[in-house]
Design a protein around this ligand. Structure first.
Ligand code: ADP
Ligand code: ADP
Length: 218
């Protein structure tokens, strides 16, 4: 029986590197859905589900939500109809256990296709995160300096008020960067060894990073 090959792109990079911003662009270019585990947790939080209540305790502290629930959530999402050609992974996998679980999930479809890594300095990450505002309804992401909405504090898509994420406050941001280096950075070597990793200078403008990503993926 022949397998149906699918496209699974894993975006890597520190919090604030631009993964979500670029994923939204790739969705349109590649006609694949974005799977953001952060957005999925925030959706559950907003709907006061048991998963949301559990995740909140970890998210507020900048810690990773336990692997078991995170992996199950991704498995469920990947089985949705819109994921039949693959997906753009934004924020998952975030440690080696998740990476291996993800390999198992996608192995029947040809495995992970590419792992672009957006590189920025820690200072840039802090500056980007401290100016990040988003629409809690449609998920659009803006920045007070680098990516302003047309009307201050207002989402271009639906006119709703933009808010700052609770975990984008300075003390939680430091913890999230620490967790990135401890838990997520080992994935760089993991994917490099599989010849899947490509670095992209994430400190370029949003448009320049978009161009770099598309040329890498096409
Ligand atoms: P991540 O998903 O990796 O945490 P985001 O896509 O949410 O990162 O981007 C973090 C913040 O930086 C947002 O406010 C976004 O508007 C802004 N941003 C994203 N890419 C760039 C870029 N290339 N240059 C400047 N600011 C950017
Ligand atoms: P960022 O845009 O800064 O990279 P995310 O929106 O991806 O942040 O994640 C926000 C929070 O959600 C994380 O700090 C963590 O608590 C939780 N989270 C997101 N993805 C995962 C994951 N793959 N595993 C465990 N926890 C996660």
């Amino acid at each position: 029986m022949s397998i149906q090959k699918r496209t699974y792109i894993v975006l890597l990079g520190v919090p604030g590197a631009g993964k979500g911003t670029q994923a939204k662009h790739l969705v349109k270019k590649l006609c694949l859905p974005q799977i953001s585990t952060g957005d999925l947790f925030r959706f559950n939080l907003g709907n006061d589900t048991e998963l949301g209540k559990l995740a909140k305790g970890y998210m507020d502290k900048g810690l990773l939500v336990p692997n078991e629930v995170t992996i199950k959530m991704v498995e469920d999402r990947l089985s949705d109809d819109d994921c039949q050609n693959g997906a753009i992974m934004d924020g998952f996998p975030r440690n080696l256990v998740q990476a291996k679980a993800f390999d198992d999930m996608v192995a029947p479809y040809g495995g992970v296709s590419a792992v672009p890594m957006l590189t920025i300095t820690d200072d840039e990450a802090v500056e980007r995160i401290s100016g990040r505002y988003s629409c809690s309804d449609c998920g659009a992401v803006y920045h007070t300096k680098f990516n302003r909405p047309q009307k201050p504090d207002t989402c271009d898509n639906d006119g709703l008020k933009l808010t700052q994420r609770a975990d984008d406050k300075p003390d939680v941001v430091k913890e999230r960067l620490y967790v990135y280096y401890k838990e997520t950075a080992p994935l760089i070597g993991y994917y490099f060894a599989k010849s899947l990793l490509s670095e992209i200078d994430g400190s370029q403008s949003i448009e320049e990073v978009q161009i770099g990503l598309i040329s890498l993926l096409s």
